[in-house]
Write a protein that binds this ligand. Structure first.
Ligand code: ATP
Length: 345
């Protein structure tokens, strides 16, 4: 285990920003701290970095107790959303700065800087000033600077948060490829579930200062431990007291085993998919089902027609007001008494 956090609590005045955090983040992996704004992600990252100290608990980095070590002795690379570059220094000098202040030989600084610029594809901009780079290029420069010192862990706080959606997406693919090349243990903070699902090996969902769930992207998506995690990771709809994913519902224009009857209230084509809203007696809100266009055409669904719906067998789901898919109990819609729980739940 590369980063081990045990019993960490942190309050600001009487506000509890983090409560009872215990986490083991494996070596060489890319872990996302995911959650809504104000949940405590940045505070946790700053405690790992040594920029903030927990009120209780310990932080271990690669087997070394770092709880009382100052930030500069933890050998961490840190990248913030708004990277503060030295404006009067060239891109190359910014990247080599950490090595220079560590008094490494000139030749080594030069070689390592060139290597890092090559890694982040900025070699041709080495002599420019930071102001002459785009936002995305500047964040790549920040990553090169953080990596230049060969950090034990790389900590990224919403590194692409200030960039527009297209550049953000490019950089997230790029970060994944970069990580596959260098394998440095990386923790990054994001509130964007798509970013976490796409890039991370592991995701830790943090809400209200607590860890809601941790696991691989698949584990969290397929077997969410709570309503909160399920809703935060993707669209959900409620049917018969359970939250399910709209693409995990089967719908037909005729009755079929375990399905309940409703009526198509609305049918909308959105790009490659069709979103169907069903009015189902007893359901307080429309039941949302997503289908491909071909499926919708084949099933002859149209506004106003009767339709029958049930969760696909094995669909991940969570009881409304409950806490876990596994506690969902027997499923009335299967008629078999076999609960429909997420795989591995
Ligand atoms: N130095 C501080 N003094 C007082 N309160 C703080 C301090 N730092 C953070 N907080 C509070 O602690 C809570 C958690 O903040 P934190 O920045 O860790 O959340 P976050 O999940 O990273 O959110 P965001 O995505 O908005 O940055 C917030 O309510 C914040 O206002």
């Amino acid at each position: 285990m590369s980063i081990r956090i045990a019993g960490v609590n942190k309050s600001f005045g009487d506000f509890a920003a983090l409560t009872d955090i215990d986490l083991d983040l494996p070596s060489g992996q890319l872990t996302a701290l995911l959650g809504p704004s104000g949940g405590g992600k940045s505070t946790l990252l700053r405690i790992i970095a040594g920029l903030e100290v927990g009120d209780t608990g310990t932080v271990e980095i690669e087997g070394v107790d770092a709880t009382r070590l100052p930030a500069r002795k933890r050998n961490v690379g840190f990248v913030f959303q708004h990277y503060a570059a030295f404006r009067h220094m060239s891109v190359a000098d910014n990247v080599g700065f950490g090595l220079k202040i560590r008094k490494r030989p000139k030749a080594e600084v030069k070689a390592r800087t060139a290597e890092m610029l090559d890694l982040v594809h900025l070699s041709q901009f080495a002599e420019r000033l930071p102001a002459q780079l785009s936002g995305g290029q500047r964040q790549r420069m920040a990553l090169a600077r953080a990596l230049a010192i060969e950090p034990t862990v790389l900590l990224l706080d919403e590194p692409f948060g200030a960039l527009d959606a297209k550049v953000r997406k490019e950089l997230r693919d790029w970060l994944r490829r970069l990580h596959d090349e260098v394998h440095v243990t990386t923790v990054f903070v994001t509130h964007d579930q798509e970013e976490a699902l796409e890039v991370a090996d592991r995701i830790v969902v943090i809400n209200d200062g607590r860890v809601e769930q941790e696991g691989t992207p698949d584990e969290l998506y397929d077997a969410p431990a709570s309503e909160f995690v399920m809703g935060f990771l993707g669209p959900v709809t409620a049917l018969q007291g359970h939250l399910v994913r709209p693409h995990d519902l089967e719908v037909e224009s005729h009755a079929f085993p375990g399905a309940v009857e409703g009526r198509v209230a609305r049918l909308a084509r959105v790009g490659f998919e069709v979103r169907v809203e069903l009015a189902v007696p007893g359901e307080p809100a429309p039941v949302l089902v997503t289908l491909t266009r071909a499926e919708a055409a084949h099933k002859q669904l149209a506004e106003g027609v009767a339709a029958w719906v049930r969760p696909v067998p094995g669909a991940g789901r969570v009881a409304v007001g409950g806490s876990s898919a596994a506690s969902a109990g027997p499923d009335p819609s299967t008629g078999s008494g076999v609960p429909l729980v997420a795989p591995g739940a």
